[in-house]
Design a protein around this ligand. Structure first.
Ligand code: SF4
Length: 383
């Protein structure tokens, strides 16, 4: 099993909270087709790395992949299909999962009809982020609640039953009533997968500037916790499985692509700033588009890379697995990281760790109190 990620670095504008690298020049068609050419070249150049792998997930993310014409994304897909062994299993659980991120404002009849006709995408992901126009405006999004509603109608009309919706909580104008209304609606619509993220205010974002000017305010931990618990309880009591810190799914609808990351499955990332992980090596493409294009025309596999030591691999296992609801598999830990087992239990038994874990014979995972401060807890285990 392995995965491929394609990063499309174009956005129409910058959302208030976003610190991803993105650029606006996509409307220049030469510029966009030069970019596609670089990605296709990269896909071809790296194929030998995965000659013994079967690819079972592909993810088109960004940025905003849906601002490019679908035919350009199809060119990328065809380059992948021509150069990699794609899973052809008939089982829906192991056949190829190909996800495309679509912004709600791009959801039109024409777009969905083209998607259906081209046929290479079978899972969609979109950022609703809020179910009120005031919330969307606060977050600096370009779309409206009507766009969200149209997106849901189109998924239904064109038979895209496997899709995910992102929602942001933890900001000053979001109330408990609004959360209740939003989630009752999404649950009632049968949205199969929901990712709920707390708002972070990162450096170099429009929000950080506003925070410094006193135009917005950061909320305290109790506020975040109460909104997280409200969302969690609404989703879990309605049949959603909380399978990762921010991710909830109806049975069989989890993101296989992201789950592969948490299982340390090898993956290749294409496009500026994309990461790859294979053969114990983590690597990064150049972040800036022009540097990335130079990297590919020089046939360089990466801009930077790191060969993970045994300690790194242990830290990585802890970090990825404690994000998941299943958690650390003690049998796996003993088999693959035997020399770290006593260290792991020493930290786990510390007084300050009491109350943050569920522990049984086979698995150790974070409970709801632990999930809320997971970054802090996870780093305690690092060697
Ligand atoms: S949140 Fe998405 S759409 Fe908004 S700027 Fe970031 S990448 Fe672009």
């Amino acid at each position: 099993m392995s995965g491929l990620y394609v990063h499309i670095p174009f956005c129409e504008s910058k959302c208030g909270y976003c610190d991803f690298y993105s650029i606006k020049r996509y409307k220049d068609s030469d510029f966009a087709s030069d970019f596609i050419k670089s990605v296709v070249d990269e896909i071809t150049q790296k194929a030998y790395l995965f000659k013994n792998q079967t690819v079972d997930t592909i993810y088109f993310g960004g940025g905003t992949p849906s601002i490019l014409p679908l035919e350009q994304l199809e060119r990328i897909y065809k380059a992948i299909a021509d150069n990699y062994n794609l899973s052809s299993s008939l089982s829906p659980l192991s056949s190829l999962e190909c996800t495309l991120e679509i912004n709600p404002e791009h959801a039109t009849d024409e777009y969905f009809s083209d998607l259906q006709r081209l046929g290479f995408v079978n899972r969609l992901s979109t950022g609703f982020q809020s179910m009120t126009d005031d919330g969307l405006k606060y977050l600096g999004r370009r779309h409206t609640v009507d766009d969200n509603l149209r997106y849901l109608r189109l998924c239904d009309k064109y038979g895209f039953s496997n899709y995910s919706v992102d929602y942001i909580f933890g900001y000053e104008i979001l109330t408990a009533d609004e959360i209740e209304r939003a989630f009752q609606f999404l649950i009632g619509e049968g949205v199969p997968h929901i990712s709920a993220y707390s708002l972070g205010i990162e450096d170099n974002t429009p929000f950080m500037l506003k925070l410094r000017k006193g135009q917005i305010h950061k909320m305290d931990d109790d506020f975040y916790l109460s909104q997280f618990l409200q969302i969690h309880n609404l989703l879990e009591s309605n049949g959603y499985n909380h399978y990762e810190i921010s991710n909830y799914s109806l049975p069989g609808c989890h993101s296989r692509h992201n789950s592969n990351y948490w299982e340390s499955v090898p993956y290749l990332g294409f496009g500026p700033s994309a990461h790859s992980f294979y053969d114990g090596t983590r690597s990064w493409n150049a972040r800036k588009l022009s540097d990335y294009q130079q990297q590919i025309s020089n046939h360089e596999l990466y801009a930077e890379h790191e060969i993970l030591s045994e300690d790194d691999l242990f830290n990585e296992y802890i970090m990825l697995r404690l994000r998941t609801r299943q958690g650390i598999d003690i049998e796996y830990l003993t088999l693959h990281f035997a020399k770290y087992v006593s260290h792991f239990y020493k930290i786990l038994r510390r007084k300050e760790m009491l109350g943050f874990f569920n522990v049984n014979d086979r698995y150790v995972n974070l409970n709801l109190n632990g999930i809320f401060i997971s970054d802090h807890i996870i780093s305690e285990f690092f060697v």
